[in-house]
Design a protein around this ligand. Structure first.
Ligand SMILES: [Zn+2]
Length: 316
């Protein structure tokens, strides 16, 4: 696949390919991408997220070295969720991969691939990817939404990515006080009702085997109980989006992942709930968009956009 770059020319001094990595609980994926957004190679490995740090880093290293071999790298970027110290390239709080807490992953990768390396929050890179290579082209304010096993929102506001220290993506905002306990220890996080894990809990509760939205939507065509679960899930996603609309008014929400691949009917329920909950009168109605970019590709492409824009740290 290829991306289209409208807003910038890659500086000639940064020729060569970029190594973009994404580290998720249990999975590391990476791509070698040229400055025009063309994917030249991809790799992915899975691991046990509760494994010791050395084991997880060994899988990251295999993906990175496999891709970097024989290429002149213009830079390397790695994205992750959780609380990150991006200035120091360190993972601070990673609830689903506890052994990586305190890991200076940028330094580790820089020594491995011999290229300037930056760590950035996944949700922010997804915004960059949508802005430079996806449906956010030409938009100055919008939200980029990850759905599925990972939930998170990155916001471009009047041309600037909202980027508080540490990084927050909205997954742990409280939306249903006193309900389910989250992996972070808090109760009622948006994440506890609007990720695929919630669908798996519903399956367990009803004694059925459907484990993701596509399967639940198929079941909903004949099982009214499943139709209720699917509609609830759509509303659960919309509740978080509505809070974000109330606060920042991104207007446009670009969906990635499970909700982007769902039926038009599912997204119609998300949109109707979002419009209903965020209506304050006078303002433009919120809109939804989906993208043909693969659900992780925006993040990887966003990493390349970041490397091209922000300038790279020099190798000590
Ligand atoms: Zn939480």
């Amino acid at each position: 696949m290829s991306g289209r770059v409208l807003s910038f020319e890659p500086p000639a001094s940064r020729s060569g390919s970029f190594l973009a990595l994404e580290l998720l609980p249990g999975r590391v994926q990476g791509a070698l991408i040229d400055p025009t957004g063309r994917f030249r190679a991809r790799r992915e490995l899975t691991f046990d997220p509760s494994a010791p740090r050395a084991e997880i880093l060994a899988e990251v290293d295999r993906v990175a070295t496999g891709l970097a071999r024989g290429s002149a790298l213009g830079g390397c970027v790695i994205s992750a969720g959780g609380v990150l110290d991006t200035a120091r390239g360190m993972m601070v709080q990673v609830v689903d991969m506890p052994s990586l807490e305190g890991c200076a992953i940028s330094e580790h990768l820089r020594a491995l691939v011999h290229a300037p390396t930056v760590l950035e929050h996944r949700a922010r890179l997804q915004v960059q990817g949508d802005h430079y290579f996806g449906p956010g082209q030409g938009e100055e304010t919008f939200a980029s939404v990850a759905t599925g096993d990972t939930l998170g929102v990155g916001i471009l506001y009047q041309g600037m990515i909202l980027a508080p220290d540490g990084g927050r993506s909205g997954a742990h905002m409280t939306v249903a006080s006193g309900q389910i306990t989250c992996s972070c220890g808090k109760r009622g996080c948006w994440r506890t009702i609007a990720t695929t894990a919630w669908l798996r809990e519903q399956a367990e509760g009803l004694g059925v085997l459907e484990h993701d939205l596509a399967a639940w939507e198929r079941r909903a065509t004949w099982d009214p109980r499943a139709a209720v679960v699917v509609a609830d899930y759509a509303r659960n996603i919309a509740v978080g989006l509505a809070n974000i609309q109330q606060l920042c008014m991104p207007g446009l929400f670009i969906l990635h992942g499970e909700a982007a691949r769902a039926s038009d009917g599912f997204r119609a329920t998300v949109l109707a709930t979002l419009q209903d909950l965020s209506r304050t009168g006078g303002e433009t109605e919120p809109r939804l968009a989906t993208t043909s970019l693969g659900e992780d590709d925006s993040t990887l492409l966003g990493g390349v956009a970041l490397l091209l824009h922000r300038g790279l740290p020099s190798i000590p």
